[in-house]
Write a protein that binds this ligand. Structure first.
Ligand SMILES: [Zn+2]
Length: 113
């Protein structure tokens, strides 16, 4: 692009003209991380359900207000879903063990777990 003030060709991403020092573009929004996305990302490791909710809200906020929380929120959502899936597998595994133990007990057999 060209500087509005001095007409010199300058970098498209330039905010201030290096030739005359006049501001030529909007100052980019501060590259702040969406707080909710960050909280969601951390919670995803500790409380997957809360992490998932915070990450989804954080993801929407990041889409609305800019900032770099989008990737973090997406990661938080992915981690929460993976952890919830793992938790579901573990619960199913325990149910199978309990059902198996009950079945074996009813059959009068000794089960070693
Ligand atoms: Zn200029």
């Amino acid at each position: 692009m060209y500087c509005k003030n001095c007409g010199k060709e300058i970098d498209d991403k330039a905010v201030i003209c290096p030739c005359c020092g006049v501001q030529v573009a909007e100052v980019p929004k501060e590259n702040r991380t969406n707080t909710l996305a960050l909280i969601g990302f951390i919670l995803a490791f500790v409380v997957p359900v809360a992490g998932l909710i915070c990450s989804i809200i954080g993801s929407r906020n990041a889409a609305d207000c800019g900032g770099n929380g989008k990737g973090l929120a997406t990661a938080g959502i992915a981690i929460s879903i993976v952890e919830l899936a793992l938790a579901a597998v573990i619960v199913v595994f325990y149910i199978l063990i309990i059902v198996g133990a009950i079945g074996a007990a009813m059959g009068g057999m000794t089960v070693l777990i």
